[in-house]
Write a protein that binds this ligand. Structure first.
Ligand SMILES: [Zn+2]
Length: 183
């Protein structure tokens, strides 16, 4: 019998509800920072929280995105992604904005990098998740991605892969955002 502390925590300092729970004896806790007060605590992420609650913590662990060292995605993927965007009913400016390259770092359950980082092409980004195109399927379930919102403004998030399907000769990997990294 083990205790399953499923109950979500509130920040002990500023009382913000957090998407975290205490670790059980089989979990590995990570270090998180409360956005409200900066307090750091070791806990386990509860993945199915609302956007609002998910946004109250940042993962303290740093994931390195060596964008300069990564080869850009093959031209064929970029062209394919623009073609897909063009076929949908959007204005030209919007279509172009949708085709962006995204650095991806596969991570394990403890959010440590595993596997080779790579550049993919984003197909679709929403508040809740992202779809990326890549030349090969990805074995890992969790991916850290860096999104560029505007010039010089980036956001790093962890994506839980929910579906991989073939689109043309490429792979579309879709997932939902489960946590934000501290940047
Ligand atoms: Zn707090």
């Amino acid at each position: 019998m083990r205790d399953t502390p499923d109950e979500k925590l509130d920040c002990p300092v500023c009382f913000l509800p957090l998407p975290l729970r205490l670790p059980s004896d089989v979990d590995t806790a990570q270090k998180w920072r409360c956005v409200g007060c900066g307090m750091q605590l070791e806990a386990v992420l509860v993945e199915d929280c609302s956007e609002e609650i998910r946004d109250t913590v940042r993962l303290v662990r740093e994931v390195k995105f060596d964008e300069c060292e990564l080869s850009p995605p093959p031209t064929a993927v970029v062209e394919f992604a623009s073609t897909l965007a063009e076929s949908s009913d959007r204005r030209i400016a919007e279509r172009r904005a949708l085709v962006k390259t995204v650095p991806v770092v596969p991570v394990d359950a403890d959010f440590s990098p595993i596997g080779e980082p790579f550049m993919a092409v984003s197909r679709n980004v929403s508040v809740g998740g992202i779809a990326i195109l890549h030349v090969v399927p990805i074995a890992q379930e969790l991916l850290a991605v860096r999104l560029t919102k505007r010039e010089n403004e980036t956001m790093e998030l962890v994506v839980k892969v929910t579906r991989t399907r073939t689109v043309g000769e490429f792979y579309e990997i879709s997932g939902r955002f489960i946590a934000k990294l501290a940047v």
